[in-house]
Design a protein around this ligand. Structure first.
Ligand SMILES: [Zn+2]
Ligand SMILES: [Zn+2]
Length: 99
């Protein structure tokens, strides 16, 4: 049985560091993105787009309807205007509209 050489120990340490960095990367990315936006004076919520996508229609402005309760024309689905966002697909950003 041989003890580990210093090179092997260093290799293990680097491997562990890389593994940790890989796991932490998305989190670090998000933190950096948020702080970058803030330092650039951009809105953290919408990135200065002034709008946030509607969660109900996923930003399309229309939702699939028809046959939802099974009493009307359940063989057809049709797109109707999203009543959550008035078919705009997005809302004014609450962070930006504060000012
Ligand atoms: Zn909508
Ligand atoms: Zn905003």
């Amino acid at each position: 049985m041989q003890s580990l050489t210093s090179n092997e120990v260093a290799g293990l340490a680097v491997g562990a560091l890389l593994l940790g960095a890989t796991i932490a990367a998305p989190k670090v990315d998000a933190i950096i993105a948020a702080s970058q936006r803030r330092s650039l004076g951009m809105c953290r919520k919408c990135g200065d787009l002034k709008n946030v996508a509607c969660g109900r229609c996923k930003g399309t402005g229309t939702i699939k309807s028809g046959g939802f309760f099974g009493f009307s024309d359940s063989s057809n689905t049709r797109s109707v205007a999203c009543d959550n966002c008035q078919a705009k697909g997005c809302f004014p950003c609450p962070e930006c509209s504060k000012s």
